[in-house]
Design a protein around this ligand. Structure first.
Ligand SMILES: O=C([C@H](O)CO)[C@H](O)[C@H](O)COP(=O)(O)O
Length: 210
């Protein structure tokens, strides 16, 4: 099981400061959608250049033009690029095709998908690398989490790895780990802690035991 740190509410300088503190405890660093909106794909390049040994995920949440947008993210240094599960199959197919040219990976984010089991099975058949259940900020504000969704998709996903994101904290991590995802994605549960390094270290310890 791997740990991904999601960086959302910081600029490039802030992102570098955080990653410098926790790099040894994380497997993947995510350049979150808000950073890409604020700074563009330069943020992906900046983190990849500063931390070349880390896997960098660009959370573009692609909805259309899958091939083109994956190409641009990969040119910027992304190793994994996100595409929305609610997008058309052709968008996801284009993204997968483009990523495969350079051995990069596609993570499909099932945020706001209504029939999560059916769509997970469909995108699994499209050859994506990760399928992620996700309660975004707006869902979290409504008190929704994705723990049950993870169990639901695990029964139908046969090829892709599974991931979970959205409001995961140290207190809820054991419940997440029990559902056995391949990738646990944590943003505020690390960056919002007073001791960021200690939070990342403890999360890494727990996911490594699984
Ligand atoms: O993808 C995310 C969200 O939609 C904002 O872009 C976050 O990176 C993801 O939810 C993980 O962050 P936390 O919920 O703070 O753990």
């Amino acid at each position: 099981m791997k740990l991904q740190l999601a960086l959302d509410l910081v600029d490039i300088a802030g992102a570098k400061e955080i990653v410098a503190q926790v790099a040894e405890y994380i497997d993947v660093v995510e350049i979150g959608t808000p950073i890409v909106i604020n700074e563009g794909l330069h943020a992906v390049r900046a983190i990849k250049d500063a931390f070349p040994s880390l896997t960098v995920l660009a959370d573009l949440k692609i909805m259309d033009a899958g091939g083109y947008e994956v190409m641009k993210a990969v040119e910027a240094g992304a190793d994994i690029v996100t595409v929305l599960g609610v997008s058309a199959d052709s968008t996801i197919r284009g993204a997968v095709l483009e990523a495969k040219k350079t051995n990069k990976l596609i993570l499909v984010d099932l945020i706001s998908v209504k029939d999560i089991k059916t769509r997970a099975a469909e995108v699994d058949a499209l050859g994506v690398d990760y399928i992620c259940v996700h309660s975004g900020y707006d869902h979290q504000a409504e008190g929704i989490n994705s723990f049950a969704d993870l169990q639901a998709i695990k029964s139908v996903v046969k090829n892709a790895k599974t991931a979970i994101a959205g409001g995961i904290k140290l207190s809820t991590l054991p419940e997440v780990i029990a559902a056995n995802p391949d990738l646990v994605i944590v943003g505020g549960g690390i960056t919002g802690e007073a001791d960021i390094r200690a939070a990342a270290a403890e999360m890494k310890r727990l996911v490594s035991q699984a």
